[in-house]
Design a protein. Sequence first.
Length: 222
Amino acid sequence: MKLVLLGPPGAGKGTLANLLKSSLNILHISTGDILREEIKNNTTLGQEAKKYIDNGKLVPDELVTRLIKNKFAKDDRISKGYMLDGYPRTEQQAQDLDKILKEEKKLLNYAIYLDSTLPVIIQRLGGRRICRKCGAVFHIKNRPPKKEGVCDLCQGELYQRPDDNKTTIETRMKEYLTNTKPIIEYYKKQGILVTVDSDEESEDVQTILMKTFNENGKSHNH
Ligand code: ADP
Ligand code: ZN
């Protein structure tokens, strides 16, 4: 199964991916997580990406596509399937991905669009906390960890992403509307778009999606 997760920041892509990961047993590839890892390790690529991320801007296409290509090349679990979370985010990236898939003679099964309203997005991003070690996503009100500031899964330290502040969230939303939203149409044309109401709890979204996969599974199995 090869999936793309689309939707505004705060739509719950990461949370959903973490839930789906175990039910589908496929890799979760988040360009945001990979970029934050590069920043943490202070690599040249990380230093370059940081300038954009801190300001809520999209990182240049060549850079993220390079990351995806590397990931595909070096992880052999890829052949079992994957969920792309936060990639593609521009029409150029969607075309780049199609090119990569074509070379491998593979097709995407679904592009999942997590449709969410602005008040919900703002509430989610404001209270979001991330595990420094495993990247798991919590929320101080909606999804509190058992112990404050500590990850339920790996006991890692939880932190608030520096780009989860009001000004940067506004820029990220603008970037989303200008660059990312149009690719929903791109996947609709390919006939693989599935839209879900992402104001719902991630567990409910997961249930709905698993049902869709099971019903359409055979016809969509490339
Ligand atoms: P969110 O979906 O909550 O905005 P992500 O972790 O997916 O968070 O992304 C964080 C930041 O990383 C983005 O604001 C952007 O600067 C950068 N980024 C992640 N993925 C991409 C991508 N595919 N193209 C360009 N920039 C990206
Ligand atoms: Zn953790």
